[in-house]
Design a protein around this ligand. Structure first.
Ligand SMILES: Cc1cc2nc3c(=O)[nH]c(=O)nc-3n(C[C@H](O)[C@H](O)[C@H](O)COP(=O)(O)OP(=O)(O)OC[C@H]3O[C@@H](n4cnc5c(N)ncnc54)[C@H](O)[C@@H]3O)c2cc1C
Length: 399
């Protein structure tokens, strides 16, 4: 029997992907996932766009680029093996101005550098054969991208982990972490759990969990809410697959887009609004201690001072359906305000450093007998099995 006892905090896709990969590498180890909610996948992993990203956007050589490229292959293979609904339908990134055309050309190059095959540059007549209602002047077709049922991926991972004698303990909120000579003891609302190695995949709370082990909070999680509308049924024919804008390279957010969902319907969004609560899915959600924590972080003020316009515009668009609709019309001009129905929301766990920079890449912090995943935003869901593999090799090296 292996002496390794791995405890993973967080039952989102990154925590579950890590537990799954650790079990593959250490078949005799004890693997326990601790999740504070009554089910897995209740936060970012279950409140996202459901898109399989293939590595178009990310800086060549970055972890995001590497793990999106390998991650999408692993995720598609996993879905095929376990019969999880998915569809590699491809997407269009649409440029609507000459300036965007130039940025789209850069993206095209970046995608090629990241090893993506089959990217096709299209003029208006060509891309309108694929998406007849798309506006714009040029587009890049990305054939590898697709859509998937991420909650089904999470449920399958949880089932597989448990079938190999791993544990997924629900309603187990980690409230304290105590070091002992062999590792960490996690104190939770479901009792104590002993580990020889702790892996922190707590998403929106990952900086706070790291702090419980004595790590300084050099980078902090800043929550950015992403709100969606849905296209009403009669107008869903306006979007066949995925239609994305050319993103602003300053921000790690992709801009509001159209996503055909794996179980039907078309989602429009998400925007990126600073949230007043880490799990603040509604505009009115405020958590005073969390808000105070954010407001006393100099990084946030520096960010606000650097991008006042962006933050203000996002806030206005959040409250104005008309402005939201105007952003969507750039991609599909025929959309009208009456076509949009209220949709859901998700909150991104985005790490920010004290200088006010958003941490662009996936980010891990090592501690004694511990590894903290401090930044795993999009494409973290697509990449979750690849991140699990990366974590497994980091843990193996640290043992
Ligand atoms: C609006 C939006 C759209 C996105 N779209 C996409 C997309 O289309 N494609 C893509 O690849 N990625 C997308 N992403 C990113 C993707 O969802 C995340 O990268 C991924 O889900 C991160 O997974 P995670 O396991 O790190 O975090 P989470 O899913 O948030 O899981 C963290 C878990 O930790 C638990 N936890 C926290 N604190 C504690 C504690 N004290 N004790 C026990 N448990 C705790 C939480 O309850 C939670 O379940 C999107 C994200 C958002 C928000």
């Amino acid at each position: 029997m292996s002496q390794h006892r791995f405890v993973i905090v967080g039952g989102g896709l990154v925590g579950l992907g890590s537990a799954y990969r650790l079990q593959q590498a250490f078949p005799d180890a004890s693997v326990t996932v601790l999740e504070k909610e009554p089910g897995v996948c209740r936060h970012q992993s279950g409140h996202n766009s459901g898109v399989l990203h293939c590595g178009l956007y990310y800086k060549p050589g970055s972890l995001k680029a590497r793990m999106a490229v390998t991650g999408i292959r692993q995720m598609v293979a996993f879905c095929q093996e376990h019969d999880i609904p998915h569809d590699v339908c491809g997407k269009l990134v649409v440029a609507t101005t000459e300036e965007e055309v130039s940025r789209l050309k850069d993206l095209h190059q970046r995608g090629a550098q990241n090893g993506l095959e089959g990217l096709v540059w299209m003029d208006r007549a060509q891309f309108r054969e694929i998406e007849p209602h798309a506006g714009g002047i040029a587009a890049l077709r990305v054939p590898q991208e697709g859509i998937v049922d991420y909650p089904a991926v999470a449920d399958t991972l949880a089932r597989l982990i448990q079938s190999r004698n791993g544990r997924v303990v629900l309603n187990a909120k980690v409230t304290a972490l105590r070091q002992n000579p062999t590792g960490w003891v996690a104190e939770t609302t479901a009792g104590e759990f002993h580990s020889t190695f702790l892996i922190n995949c707590a998403g929106l709370h990952s900086d706070l969990i790291a702090q419980l082990t004595g790590q300084p909070r050099q980078v902090r999680i800043v929550p950015f809410r992403g709100e969606y509308y849905k296209l009403r049924r009669e107008r869903q024919n306006l979007v066949r697959h995925l239609i994305y804008p050319v993103p602003d390279p300053k921000f790690p957010f992709l801009g509001v887009h159209y996503t055909r969902m794996i179980h039907g319907g078309v989602e429009c969004g998400p925007n990126a609004v600073l949230a007043f609560r880490r799990e603040g899915y509604k505009k009115t959600d405020i958590n005073l201690p969390e808000l105070w924590d954010a407001l006393t972080f100099p990084g946030l003020w520096r960010f606000l001072a650097r991008y006042p316009r962006m933050c203000f515009d996002e806030m206005r668009r959040s409250f104005s359906k008309q402005l939201f609709c105007a952003s969507l019309q750039r991609l599909v001009p025929e959309i009208t305000i009456d076509d949009l129905e209220e949709g859901g929301a998700g909150v991104r766990a985005q790490a920010m450093n004290p200088s006010g920079d958003l941490v662009q890449d996936f980010h891990f912090v090592h501690g004694p007998h511990a590894l903290h995943v401090v930044n795993a935003p999009s494409p973290g869901a697509t990449s979750s099995l690849a991140i699990g593999q990366e974590i497994t090799s980091k843990v193996t090296a640290a043992l």
